[in-house]
Design a protein around this ligand. Structure first.
Ligand code: 4NP
Length: 164
């Protein structure tokens, strides 16, 4: 648990902010609630194609199947101000990671951006990218399960880092 009253702020980022990062946001929030962690969690997309929209119906459906409600979320585009607002920025794939880092030259900002599956040491097992299921209906369950594992490991790692 954080030792002070300042929340730790985490942003999950994918391309459209309708498929992967809304699931990551929901799972990170649930993980924080289960573990009593003082976190603020949000998500965004590097692209603005779906701004204002609900999460993709397939992401909402798989979340609901596992008892997770993400219907409060609306897609938004990543903004440079997010570099200051958040402590940790989790990129779902290598393209998201490169796009985010290209938006800033400040080392302080760049250090906040991590490739999720690398950050949680799942990369060797799963490959570096959270698969983009937008064009593949069958991909959503695997993405959900992977993000569930990753969220738990994010909690382990953040707790370890913030307790130092
Ligand atoms: P996401 O998936 O990045 O996981 O939200 C996508 C959503 C929309 C598009 C691509 C990927 N698109 O091309 O509109």
């Amino acid at each position: 648990m954080n030792t002070n009253d300042t929340p730790f702020r985490i942003l999950a980022v994918c391309l459209g902010n309708i498929c992967r990062s809304p699931l990551a946001e929901g799972l990170l929030k649930r993980t924080a609630a289960e573990r009593g962690l003082l976190w603020e969690v949000d998500s965004a997309g590097t692209g603005g194609y779906h701004v204002g929209e609900l999460a993709d119906p397939r992401s909402r459906a798989i979340a609901a199947q596992y008892g997770l409600d993400i219907t409060d979320q609306r897609s938004r585009k990543f903004s440079r101000e997010d570099f200051d607002r958040f402590d940790l920025i989790l990129a779902m794939d290598r393209k998201n990671y490169a796009d985010l880092r290209s938006l800033t030259t400040k080392e302080e900002h760049r250090q906040k951006v991590v490739l999720l599956l690398d950050y949680v040491s799942l990369k060797e097992e799963t490959g570096p990218d959270v698969f983009d299921p937008y064009w593949d209906d069958s991909g959503f369950e695997g993405v959900y399960r992977l993000l569930e594992r990753a969220a738990s490991r994010v909690a382990d790692r953040v707790v370890e880092q913030t307790s130092k």
